[in-house]
Design a protein around this ligand. Structure first.
Ligand SMILES: [Zn+2]
Length: 156
């Protein structure tokens, strides 16, 4: 087992172009956190913050990420938690674990997106004008969040 390591955090507006080891960069605007793999291999680990990906917990002093970080697409295959600013090493994952994890991820995503589409249904019943206004405003917010995402990723 490796000794516990500290992971400090920085809140940034945009994804930085240079990143230090041992720092997690959190962009609320991009809803993304990014850090260099805790094993020291230098790979950049991108964790999108969404209800079906990672959740970031900021307690005022340190950050935690849930669920664990499983870097099985990197040669190091490291697996760890970021918990209150500390790296906690988790067991190595077997291929079977990885496949199961991917399957669960896909399933929870499809449940989430199905829910998201059914939520829209009541709008069809509301007055036409209201509906139009609501659609216009939701289009605008969709467009601006897309712009934010593009801006975030172009700089990455
Ligand atoms: Zn690594």
């Amino acid at each position: 087992m490796k000794p516990p390591q500290r992971m400090s955090h920085v809140f940034v507006e945009e994804i930085p172009t240079t990143m230090e080891q041992g720092v997690i960069y959190v962009s609320i605007e991009c809803a993304t956190a990014i850090h260099r793999c805790a094993c020291g291999c230098g790979q950049e680990v991108v964790t999108p913050l969404t209800p079906t990906d990672w959740r970031l917990i900021f307690d005022g002093e340190s950050v935690s990420l849930r669920p664990s970080i499983g870097n099985w697409s990197f040669p190091c295959r490291s697996h760890y938690f970021i918990d209150e600013g500390l790296i906690e090493w988790a067991g190595a994952m077997s291929d079977a674990d990885i496949n199961r994890g991917r399957m669960i991820d896909r399933r929870s995503k499809s449940v989430y997106f199905n829910k998201a589409t059914t939520v829209k249904a009541p709008q069809v019943d509301s007055a036409e004008k209201q509906l139009q206004q609501r659609e216009e405003s939701s289009n605008t917010s969709k467009r601006s969040s897309l712009w934010a995402a593009l801006k975030c990723w172009w700089r990455a």
